[in-house]
Design a protein around this ligand. Structure first.
Ligand code: NDP
Length: 449
């Protein structure tokens, strides 16, 4: 196993996030390999860590002032053993092949946990939609899709949103795909309701994070009532995580963006959340504006000289990181524990560094890893695909009911898989083991392809 990791590092030395994601999975599935010697002979680790296909392409586009710009587009089609590739597109200046590969790798296990027939993939670009006009974003999306369209399809590869890709971008991407292919199919999820989207899809990741957390709390006969929660980010996942926590009687006291965070000791109630949704989704403003509207709150800008994030240094019981990878480091984890946090449910993908994970596991807190806790988004994307195939739309209650059921079953699966390999109560190991076994067995059933 160590050899496999060394080989991966030697082959692509600069793909740090991918190494980190692989290392975590490989370490936790060791008992599975020990119990199934044929897996080693079949080189399942080497096969599952190598993408089936990697696409990288030029994305030229023009600014409003006529300047030509060139970005780089990616799609990593990681594994199709249990269904068509499925996973979001991320538009953010930090995007590179290592980040997309780590996200695609995580997606394989997450999609497997949902119980739906979806393989894993991920894509995106180093394009930054922040500060661009709608027309610039549209031209970029059209250029991006004018290459990607030939590689995707409703039974091949079904992208969705992620950081920087929301309702606006999905609309532009779908529009040009439809024109180029001359067909209206469920090739992208996260579509608007009046042209093929599913009810509850915008809410699904955040609601799912809270449903998963509620299941974890229930193992200690607790609920969200009166719990104080730290949430990072202020985008899709953070907004609907906050909405569901409020509904269940909890209190969210923080939100952030890449410039800084707000701490509102009184709690972010429904009215304040509606303000944040308008600020971020419609006016595309910054969280710093929150304290102008609600002067009782405190805004702290990002201080690059700090080696920790002060957002995680407040009294609370629960934390839901919902911004980006590696946003909780070892110091942040120590601060969370010191401040009384005993539940972490990950909305963002791989938000905790290995040093943070060690502390969560050593202290036996309720730790819900991203590939289980945030799987609600892709699960409802799977339900959107099902509705598109049948050309019908399920009511809100039905989709929400199915989401709840899926999150409950992921929670059970993690516990059962952990218990059957001697790591009771370790949701991280349970998620990795359950996801791994299902995908690997499907790969072996299908022969050496
Ligand atoms: P959005 O683009 O809607 O929001 C992202 C938020 O995180 C923004 O507030 C953004 O701030 C902040 N952020 C992004 N990058 C950084 C950074 N490098 N440092 C600090 N803050 C940052 O994205 P989502 O809410 O959709 O995604 C958030 C996380 O959840 C990601 O890790 C994503 O992979 C994960 N996720 C999303 C799913 C979905 O359905 N959308 C499904 C499963 C996981 P700013 O506005 O300044 O950019």
């Amino acid at each position: 196993m160590e050899q496999t990791i060394e080989l991966i590092k030697a082959r692509d030395p600069e793909q740090y996030e991918f190494h980190q994601a692989v290392q975590e999975v490989v370490e936790t599935v060791k008992p599975v390999l020990d119990r199934n010697p044929e897996y080693r002979q079949q080189a399942v680790l080497e096969r599952i860590t190598e993408p089936e296909r990697v696409l990288m392409f030029r994305v030229p586009w023009m600014t409003d002032s006529g300047q030509v710009m060139v970005n780089r587009g990616f799609r990593v089609e990681m594994n199709s053993a249990i269904g068509p590739y499925k996973g979001g597109l991320r538009f953010h200046p930090s995007v590179n092949i290592g980040i997309i590969k780590f996200l695609a790798f995580e997606q394989v296990f997450k999609n497997s946990l949902t119980t739906l027939a979806m393989g894993g993939g991920k894509g995106g670009s180093d394009f930054d939609p922040k500060g661009k006009s709608d027309n610039e974003v549209m031209r970029f999306c059209q250029s991006f899709m004018s290459e990607l369209f030939r590689h995707i399809g409703p039974n091949t590869d079904v992208p969705a949103g992620d950081i920087g890709v929301g309702a606006r971008e999905i609309g532009y991407l779908f529009g040009i795909y439809k024109k180029l292919r001359n067909e209206f199919t469920g090739v992208i999820t996260g579509k608007s309701l009046n042209w093929g989207g599913s009810l509850i899809r915008p809410e699904a990741t955040g609601y799912g994070v809270v449903y998963f957390a509620a299941e974890m709390l229930q193992t200690r006969s607790e609920t969200f009532a009166e719990k104080t929660c730290l949430v990072s980010g202020s985008g899709n996942v953070a907004q609907f995580t906050t909405e569901k926590i409020i509904e269940l009687g909890g209190k969210v006291v923080t939100l952030s963006d890449s410039s800084g965070y707000i701490y509102d000791e009184q709690g972010i109630d429904s009215e304040k959340l509606a303000y944040v949704m308008d600020l971020k989704n419609i006016r595309r403003g910054r969280m710093s504006e929150y304290v102008e509207k609600y002067p009782g709150a405190v805004y702290t800008p990002v201080d690059p000289s700090l080696d920790y994030n002060p957002l995680w240094d407040h009294q609370a019981e629960c934390a839901m990181p919902s911004a980006t990878q590696n946003e909780i480091n070892g110091t942040d984890a120590a601060n969370l524990l010191k401040n009384g946090v005993y539940l972490v449910s990950e909305g963002a993908n791989m938000p905790s560094t290995p040093e943070a994970l060690d502390q969560f596991l050593d202290n036996k807190i309720l730790y819900g890893p991203a590939k289980a806790a945030n799987a609600g988004g892709v699960a409802v994307s799977g339900l959107e695909m099902a509705q598109n195939s049948m050309r019908l739309a399920w009511p809100r209650e039905e989709v929400d009911g199915r989401l709840k059921h899926i999150m409950k079953s992921i929670h059970e699966t993690c516990l059962d898989a952990g218990a059957s390999y001697g790591v009771e109560g370790n949701y991280m190991a349970g998620a990795n083991i359950a996801g791994f076994v299902k995908v690997v067995n499907a790969m072996l059933d299908q022969g050496l392809v």
